[in-house]
Write a protein that binds this ligand. Structure first.
Ligand code: GCV
Length: 717
């Protein structure tokens, strides 16, 4: 009986302990259960010195209070006489304490030092920075150390962001639909702004600040000129006021034809004097209301958006005209290089390079050219964009996609930092061995004045912000990598898991493996061995290797996989489109021969016969089938791992993730079956035994429809 009561009690206690609130993201401040650790923390940070009289100072104080109350169950004392946690900017720090800090000269304006010191036999923790913004970042990192159960008596952290502009891009429309959004509607309630300031805006800013994000573009790159009207500038101003204490600047997307659409002018020609003045006046109008407005992000002459080419002008003309308008206020222009023309027969993968490379060194100092990680479009895997390294005299900003347009939308668990890490670690060889993409965008290789990283947000009105609980990890991971592109995906996975769920190794170890493997799983069951862009048309969810009748050939699947009786893959060597020529000679040499091309990029660069002999000794056809099967099995493994995690996870999150994994498995099988049946028409080879019997035929998979799939603007009829 005693035993039963005991185990009942245990079940009660353990289920009580697991009550994360998904809305709180990685900022879960649940009480530390380990009593010894808790007592030692309480002793070390019982009394806080904080002497900041500013909105950012208030945010810092609130965060200390909230976290100490939650994690340590104490009300921190803010008694400036005998503090053991001292939070102060460097210029106000007692010189005797300042002397004890290591390497403060290494930090930049957003950096900070956290150090445990001994003074007169007493132990103290000093958290200092050049600016209050630096202090805010330091405070979040300090709290993280407690969330991660770190030994505070050994702390010495000297850290600064390696990238200056760490920006979320919201593809949010003014009607609150979100292009490629899978987490509900836009969180920006434009209709009720500026009067209604929702708590979400504050919590959004806090979450972003906690991972070092310092800017947000609020509107879709497929933009609407209305947001530049005086009425909307007031709404924007209200949001800017909320975000400012958290160190976050607001940006807008600029519709290039806005001077016409507002009814003011008849042209938007960037070399026209009136147009130039229009943008200067607009900038002045915005900066009068929002002095720290960040600037504009522009998608021009791409997928139907207006731009300078409409007037026979170049991207440089367009970007520089806008750059001049915002320059007096330290504003910047993020000009996207995502261009490909329906009129050009050139391989789509080559077009951005062909168009932008000749412009190297021609942009004004406050322009960043924003380049997607790969040359096509955020596929599960792409080789790095050849522009990285090819424009040494132009600051290039990385654009990653956090929202999972091509990686399972709302229902697939895919840990994207693994993808981001792979891109950042790729060697471009453009300045010799070791010229990684990461080093190009953080300015290490060129001493760039401006550096930036953008992430297309996966945030919406979903109660947990991202729809899929594990989408939070991708938002978190983007922030960590924007702060320091050399952070490993493994560190990010472990930190996120610990901060969100539990420090218990029995949870963290298998779950970090699950996260780290999840990206390869999705590549395997969607686009293995360098295949790409074979998804369904329009909403981009599910397989569609048969897609061929579209308004543009480069929107079809057949354009990319080129499967026929002779084989499969896109020949991008000199015998084909020669896109390979846009890379450094080291890469060209290696990738021009299929035998030395890494398998993961094989069909990106080569069209090969179905019976081509792979490095494994098996045929290409066999390897394609085996990769699809492996992807499915990897999802099954994810399910098995997740089943064992119940006791560490909030019951609702556990249940929902279970159901989502079921959907992911079902869809992984759909991808496998549909793609194999489709390609088999050309290979005319049998499916190996490792593929379980496929009971449906290809027509069945082709007939599957997904009406109202999210991510594209709904039509209300
Ligand atoms: C915002 C792809 C997406 C579009 C997106 C575009 C872009 O084509 O499917 O939804 O538009 O990229 O990045 O501009």
């Amino acid at each position: 009986m005693k035993k039963i009561l005991f185990s009942l009690l245990f079940v009660l206690i353990s289920s009580y302990a697991v009550c994360q609130n998904p809305y709180d993201l990685w900022l879960q401040y649940d009480k530390i259960e380990d009593k010894t650790l808790l007592d030692s923390y309480k002793k070390q940070v019982s009394n806080v010195y904080l002497n900041l009289n500013s909105p950012t100072g208030d945010v810092i104080k609130e965060e200390i209070e909230k976290s100490f109350k939650g994690l340590l169950h104490i009300e921190p004392k803010f008694d400036n006489k005998t503090p053991n946690l001292i939070i102060s900017t460097l210029n106000k720090l007692d010189p005797s304490l300042k002397k004890k800090l290591s390497k403060t000269s290494n930090i930049n304006d957003e950096g900070y030092v956290i150090q445990h010191i001994s003074e007169k036999g007493e132990s103290k923790i000093i958290l200092s920075a050049k600016t209050e913004k630096g202090l805010l970042y330091g405070v979040f990192n300090f709290i993280k150390q407690i969330q991660l159960h770190k030994d505070l008596s050994k702390l010495t952290i000297v850290d600064s962001p390696k990238i200056q502009k760490r920006v979320l891009n919201h593809w949010d429309n003014l009607d609150r639909s979100v292009e490629r959004g899978y987490a509900g509607f836009s969180i920006w309630d434009w209709y009720l702004l500026p009067e209604l300031i929702k708590q979400e805006y504050i919590d959004y800013a806090r979450a972003n600040a906690s991972i070092g994000i310092n800017g947000t573009v609020l509107t879709n790159v497929n933009s609407n000129a209305l947001v530049l009207s005086p009425r909307y500038i007031q709404k924007l101003k209200a949001l800017a006021n909320v975000f400012r204490p958290y160190g976050i600047q607001v940006y807008l997307t600029a519709r290039f034809s806005a001077p016409i659409e507002t009814g003011d002018l008849e042209t938007a020609d960037p070399l026209n004097a009136e147009v130039k003045q229009w943008w200067k006046d607009k900038a002045e109008e915005i900066y009068t209301e929002i002095p720290d407005f960040g600037g504009f992000l522009v998608k021009a002459n791409s997928e139907g958006q207006p731009g300078p080419n409409n007037y026979g002008r170049s991207h440089v003309d367009g970007a520089n005209m806008l750059a001049e308008a915002v320059a007096p206020y330290d504003g910047i222009i993020m000009w996207r290089a995502f261009v490909y023309s329906e009129e050009k027969p050139e391989d789509r993968a080559k077009q951005a390079y062909s168009e932008f490379k000749p412009f190297d060194g021609k942009f004004k100092d406050n322009v960043l050219v924003q380049v997607k990680n790969g040359a096509i479009d955020f596929q599960p895997r792409e080789p790095f964009h050849p522009l990285f390294g090819a424009m040494p005299d132009t600051p290039l900003m990385m654009e990653f996609q956090i929202t999972q347009e091509y990686l399972g939308g709302m229902s697939h668990l895919v840990f994207l930092p693994k993808l981001f890490e792979e891109v950042l670690e790729e060697d471009t060889y453009t300045q010799g061995k070791g010229s990684t993409v990461g080093k190009i965008i953080d300015g290490q290789l060129s001493n760039k004045k401006l550096t930036g990283m953008a992430g297309v947000a996966n945030i919406g009105t979903a109660k947990n912000w991202t729809g899929h609980q594990f989408g939070q990890a991708n938002w978190y991971g983007f922030g960590r990598l924007a702060w320091n592109p050399e952070t490993s995906a493994e560190t990010i996975a472990k930190d996120w898991l610990k901060m969100t769920f539990s420090n218990n190794a029995e949870f963290v170890d298998p779950m970090s493996k699950l996260l780290l493997d999840s990206r390869e799983a999705v590549v395997n069951y969607m686009t293995p061995l360098g295949l790409h862009h074979i998804m369904a048309a329009g909403h981009h969810q599910g397989p569609g290797p048969w897609v061929k009748d579209m308004p543009r050939p480069d929107w079809t699947s057949v354009y990319y996989h080129k499967a026929d009786e002779n084989g499969i893959g896109f020949d991008r060597t000199s015998s084909g489109s020669n896109a390979l020529d846009q890379y450094a000679s080291e890469i060209q040499e290696k990738y021009s021969d299929p035998a030395t091309t890494p398998d993961k990029y094989l069909l990106w660069f080569h069209h090969l016969p179905w019976n081509y002999k792979m490095k494994s000794g098996k045929t290409l056809w066999y390897e394609i089938t085996a990769h699809y099967q492996k992807g499915v099995e990897q999802v099954e493994d994810m399910q098995k791992t997740w089943q064992k995690m119940q006791k560490y996870v909030d019951p609702q999150v556990f249940k929902e993730t279970n159901m989502l994994l079921d959907i992911q498995l079902k869809e992984a099988k759909q991808w496998r079956n549909a793609c194999l049946l489709y390609f088999q028409q050309f290979s005319k080879m049998d499916l190996p035994d490792l593929i379980p019997e496929i009971t449906k035929d290809l027509d069945y998979y082709k007939s599957l429809e997904t009406p109202y799939a999210p991510g594209i603007r709904p039509s209300w009829n």
